[in-house]
Design a protein around this ligand. Structure first.
Ligand SMILES: C[S@@+](CC[C@H](N)C(=O)[O-])C[C@H]1O[C@@H](n2cnc3c(N)ncnc32)[C@H](O)[C@@H]1O
Length: 272
């Protein structure tokens, strides 16, 4: 098949679809990125061009193609204990942050990707607040990453950064091909519930009156435009208990967003 070319008109169709369904806002300069990422899928599905792919996408009532599109457009890059400064802040301020919590902590890892973030939270609390009753909701829009996250099994490359203390204490190591795989233990897993949830188009009604002590929403808002970020941050604000915390990615900030949050450290905000 010749090299596929995405016309401006087709780009506009995908751009609008992606904005409406995933919340990711693509600038005009992203046309080549979209062309390159979608071309692979067009070939895989043995379609003739982007127009046919667009028709396939909008007619797919299962939502599977939308999820696939999402994984093509956004990145799932993550790692254990990502953003080291935030964990240091949490460790230093843990007792103050845990005050008046009745020994219960409810945490949401929104956009958890393959699970390294919620498992890091559970291990961190296992180390630093072992008697706390901890429940973590971990969500993502992509079923593919959620499947990996719930399996809790990681390659040597992904788990290697953890160091032997965490690996020996919280993982089971099994031989795999030439190397090893590491599977997280049930004592950590049992704190976490994995669910599919789209932060932009999802029905927040399902949370009912559920409130969190801490929300992690790291390295995903960067893909959203200001109105989408503003609406999301307001939802997070409403879903946190008073004094609750919002952790965002280090390349993100709430600077242009009017909120009731107070900045406590780089990329860490508190509801006051
Ligand atoms: C770069 S990863 C961030 C993972 C983790 N929070 C971290 O900081 O390491 C971004 C994740 O956001 C998810 N994502 C993208 N758009 C989303 C949306 N509209 N709703 C929920 N998750 C979304 C992607 O599937 C991906 O797993």
């Amino acid at each position: 098949m010749d090299r596929l070319s995405l016309s401006r008109k087709e780009f506009e169709l995908f751009k609008n679809y992606i904005y409406e369904h995933i919340g990711i806002s693509l600038g005009e300069q992203k046309i080549y990125l979209v062309q390159a990422r979608l071309a692979k899928r067009v070939k895989q599905l043995q379609l003739n061009d982007f127009g046919e792919y667009y028709t396939t996408l909008i007619n797919d009532k299962t939502g599977n193609e939308l999820e696939y599109l999402c994984s093509l457009i956004s990145t799932n890059v993550t790692s254990f204990f990502r953003e080291s400064k935030q964990w240091e802040f949490w460790k230093t301020n843990l007792s103050a942050m845990m005050e008046k919590k009745n020994n219960k902590l409810r945490i949401w890892s929104a956009a958890c990707s393959t699970g390294e973030e919620p498992y890091s939270i559970a291990m961190f609390l296992g180390e630093n607040a072992p008697s706390m009753d901890v429940k973590i909701l971990a969500t993502d829009v992509s079923p593919r990453v959620l499947k990996e996250a719930s399996s809790g099994t990681y390659s040597e490359k992904a788990a290697g950064s953890l160091g032997s203390n965490y690996l020996n204490k919280y993982f089971t190591k099994v031989r795999h091909n030439e190397g090893h795989l590491y599977t997280i233990d049930e004592k950590i897993k049992r704190h976490i519930v994995f669910r599919g949830f789209n932060l932009v188009t999802g029905n927040y009604g399902i949370f009912k009156e559920k409130k969190f002590d801490i929300i992690f929403c790291r390295n995903v808002m960067i893909y959203f435009d200001k109105p989408t970020q503003t609406a999301l941050v307001q939802k997070f604000y409403n879903m946190l208990h008073k004094d609750g915390y919002l952790f965002i990615g280090s390349s993100e900030a709430l600077t242009d967003i009017k909120t009731g949050f107070k900045s406590r450290s780089a990329s860490i905000y508190q509801k006051v």
